[in-house]
Design a protein around this ligand. Structure first.
Ligand code: NAD
Ligand code: UDP
Length: 313
């Protein structure tokens, strides 16, 4: 039985990962400060004696004996990470230092949940891992983008200097049940608006693109990455190459929900990337991984989850 630490384990992705790791017979410690995560996401796991939820902020060191660490602690939605940009940077940077220190002492393998945001508003399309990106270092997204870029650098330096076994994945837009209904991200916003027949808020003209990955595909990719050869550090893109405009996404969600919502066009936030699509050649080659869940199938499951949330409220 491996003892595995998941930081940000009460969040959207973290809670799915904790569940999968427990189902595979591991002993899981879930560290979270509940900024954007919720006990609700993990309450069904709490009866399991091999699940330890710990309220803790990764900005301060954490002590435990562990075999593997998945470092997910960090708000991911632009609304949440811009709420307190300084705290977002501290979480990414000091959180990485604290978790890498723990990995170094315990000789644990450590995986960093990095992001497609390291590519910024990309000039290369689709984005391969070799692309260094196009990021505004002082813009409103910089607390997240530069925090994550610095974390990647810290991971690589602990690997090269101290021999820590690191794994970096760059996650592209991921959606699914347990997303926070009010986190401001496009999938949760559009589904909630459609289910309540409210206006669907398109920022800009809706021609910007994103590639949406269902959470189960991501969790599979994370576990496969952790299992790779100790010398393989990445970074590796984990995302679904299916690319959609934001307007297309709105139309699909309206159709799947049978909604009467109308599209409304609002101003585009500063530095909003115009296109995003992963090149997953490396993930296919090194992890034998590719996404399996088509957009409409994943959206149906997510819509069903949000319907239940609305009924319960
Ligand atoms: P989320 O906001 O649901 O989860 C983040 C979790 O981290 C929450 O439970 C939150 O309470 C916790 N957290 C935040 N700051 C913390 C701190 N200082 N100490 C302890 N816990 C803290 O977001 P998510 O979508 O589940 O994202 C998880 C990770 O994946 C993040 O690191 C994010 O950057 C990365 N990621 C997500 C996506 C996506 O599309 N969902 C894309 C790229 C990268
Ligand atoms: N977006 C939108 N309406 C919304 C929320 C988001 O048009 O209600 C757009 C946003 O401007 C961006 C895309 O959808 O172009 C994805 O936004 P999200 O916040 O989900 O993720 P990110 O920008 O980090 O990829």
């Amino acid at each position: 039985m491996k003892r595995i630490l998941v930081t940000g384990g009460a969040g959207f992705i973290g809670s799915h990962l904790c569940e999968r790791l427990l189902n595979e017979g591991n002993d899981v410690i879930c560290v979270d400060n509940f900024f954007t995560g919720a006990k609700e996401n993990i309450i069904h796991l709490m009866g399991n004696p091999y699940f330890d939820p710990v309220r803790h902020d990764v900005v301060t060191p954490f002590f435990a004996e562990v075999d593997e660490i998945y470092n997910l602690a960090c708000p991911a939605s632009p609304v949440h990470y811009q709420h307190n940009g300084i705290k977002t940077i501290k979480t990414s940077v000091m959180g990485a230092i604290n978790m890498l220190g723990l990995a170094k002492r315990t000789q644990a393998k450590i995986l960093q949940a990095s992001t497609s945001e390291v590519y910024g508003d990309p000039h290369i399309h689709p984005q391969p891992e070799s692309y260094w990106g196009h990021v505004n270092p002082t813009g409103i997204r910089s607390c997240y983008d530069e925090g994550k870029r610095c974390a990647e650098s810290l991971f690589m330096n602990y690997h090269l200097q101290n021999g820590v076994c690191i794994k970096i994945i760059r996650i592209f837009n991921t959606y699914g049940p347990k997303m926070h209904p009010n986190d401001g991200r496009v999938v949760s916003n559009f589904i909630m608006q459609a289910l309540q027949n409210r206006d669907i808020t398109i920022y800009g003209d809706g021609t910007q693109t994103r590639s949406f990955q269902y959470v189960d595909d991501l969790v599979e990719g994370m576990i496969r990455m952790m299992a790779t050869d100790d010398n393989f550090a990445g970074p590796v893109n984990i995302g679904n190459p299916g690319e959609f405009t934001i307007k297309q996404l709105a139309e699909i969600i309206i159709r799947l929900t049978g909604s009467k919502s109308k599209l409304v066009y609002l101003s585009l936030p500063q530095d909003d990337p115009m296109q995003r699509k992963p090149d997953i050649t490396l993930a296919k080659e090194k992890l034998g991984w590719q996404p399996l869940v088509p957009l409409e199938e994943g959206l149906q499951k997510t819509i069903a989850y949000f319907k239940t949330k609305i009924q319960q409220s």
